[in-house]
Design a protein around this ligand. Structure first.
Ligand code: HAM
Length: 421
């Protein structure tokens, strides 16, 4: 039978890497706690219409990248391609807005997009993210960006990454801007790619996202959304910039940043890192003041971001940030079949006392077990042979120094406690 392998664009996270994942997860949890954000977990699949209504029918995600299927009752279901829509659905379904005026939520988990796999781009990938509901004020935007900044700092990535910031204005401003942009592009429309020509009809702002150099050139003198800001849009954006300066978060304004999801209004932002190559966005987010209402809830301003965890780990590897520590305290070396029961019971006692203990289940020679003990990174080896069985003792070996001594089985726990305090 041919070997069964993982599906293209999906990855196993093996023990050599899972410690790095756990460290990142721990940083995310601890920073989110510092800001008073609480975890929300939603299902991995949802009704398809949740995503088409929120992310937008014409976006790449909805039009090309979703894993969707028809369930037996005819409902169209989809593996979640992002989490904001699911969180908004849960927010409305459980009336979270009625429980507190501001809801601060964070999440972590796998997502699915059928994109062409490359460095930093998978078909199953993981995000962590935060969403805050209830405030339309710019200090909420500053807080969300500060959370991203704190996590980046804890991961050692803040100095290498750039915060790109823009405001795409309120819906009124965007209606005016859409027309101004179309008027500018129309005379040269034939020179744009098929994708951009399609976007010209459906969502002209997305043309600004183009990666094609000749299109970027054609757009050099295009009007910017800032030409169409309302007074409130302007005031909001200026306050946000002042707040970010006050809390020392550097940013650069990128008036071409529009992001690839339809639900945004006003603030949008991305942190990018040069070490990631073509897929350089570490995280992205923005305000989505209309989305709760679009999905059937009471009008509620909201803002959040999501970060690619694989991309964070690539960037952390590049910056040499990771140091892996062994989690094992003790490697138990048993040299005699008759000692197995004693090995199991001493190991259990030590684990109950909080030590991590590995023992050898394949009855290997002393030499191979000692080799494993050294490889495991454990601080101590406990050796139990015939002599020790007879005298109710064990040999305690300090693996780093190579020294060893005989210790009574009764006094072992006390001894280890003293040595590790
Ligand atoms: P997004 O820009 O689609 O936004 O994704 C956020 C981040 O997820 C990206 O910056 C990137 O790091 C990572 N990412 C996206 N696609 C892939 C992929 N195929 N492979 C690996 N990493 C990927 C959202 O998802 C919005 N829900 C963010 C948001 C939250 N806006 C407001 N609240």
């Amino acid at each position: 039978m041919s070997q069964i392998r993982s599906i293209k664009g999906t990855h196993d996270i093996l023990p050599a890497d899972s410690q790095k994942w756990q460290r990142l997860e721990q940083i995310v949890r601890s920073v989110c706690n510092q800001f008073g954000y609480e975890e929300i977990r939603t299902p991995v699949f949802e009704e398809t219409r949740l995503f088409s209504r929120s992310v937008g029918e014409d976006t790449d995600i909805v039009s090309k990248e979703m894993y969707s299927w028809e369930d037996k009752d005819g409902t169209s279901l989809t593996l979640r391609p992002e989490l904001t829509a699911s969180v908004v659905r849960a927010y409305i379904q459980h009336n979270l807005g009625g429980q507190a005026p501001v809801q601060r939520l964070y999440y972590m988990g796998p997502l699915f997009r059928r994109e062409r796999p490359q460095k930093g781009r998978q078909r199953q990938f993981h995000q962590f993210g935060v969403e805050a509901f209830g405030s339309g004020h710019p200090e909420q935007d500053a807080e969300i960006i500060a959370i991203a900044w704190h996590i980046l700092s804890e991961c050692g990535l803040n100095s290498d990454s750039t915060l790109q910031l823009n405001s795409i204005g309120s819906p009124d401003c965007r209606t005016a801007y859409r027309e101004a942009l179309k008027d500018f592009i129309r005379p040269n429309l034939a020179q744009f790619s098929e994708t951009s020509r399609k976007r010209f009809e459906t969502n002209p702002l997305r043309i600004l996202d183009t990666k094609a150099e000749h299109e970027q050139k054609l757009l050099d003198d295009a009007p910017t959304v800032s030409d169409c800001y309302t007074d409130e849009d302007k005031a909001h954006f200026e306050s946000l910039q002042n707040f970010l300066k006050a809390i020392n978060i550097p940013f650069s304004i990128n008036l071409k940043l529009v992001r690839g999801l339809d639900y945004y209004s006003r603030t949008v932002f991305e942190f990018t890192s040069p070490v990631l190559g073509a897929q350089d966005a570490l995280l992205g987010g923005g305000r989505y003041d209309g989305l709760v209402e679009t999905l059937g809830g009471k009008a509620t301003p909201a803002i959040g971001f999501a970060a690619g965890m694989e991309r964070f780990l690539i960037a952390m590897d590049e910056s040499g940030e990771q140091s892996i520590e062994s989690k094992t305290d003790i490697y138990f070396v048993c040299l005699d079949e008759d000692g197995i029961t004693t090995t199991l019971s001493i190991s259990n006692k030590l684990r109950q006392a909080g030590f991590s203990v590995i023992s050898d289940p394949v009855r290997r020679s002393m030499k191979s077990q000692m080799r494993e003990a050294n490889r495991s990174g454990a601080k101590f080896a406990i050796i139990l042979g015939e002599t020790e069985m007879e005298s109710n003792s064990v040999v305690l070996k300090y693996l780093e120094k190579g020294e060893q001594e005989s210790v009574s089985q009764k006094g072992l726990l006390e001894k280890l406690r003293k040595l590790t305090n």
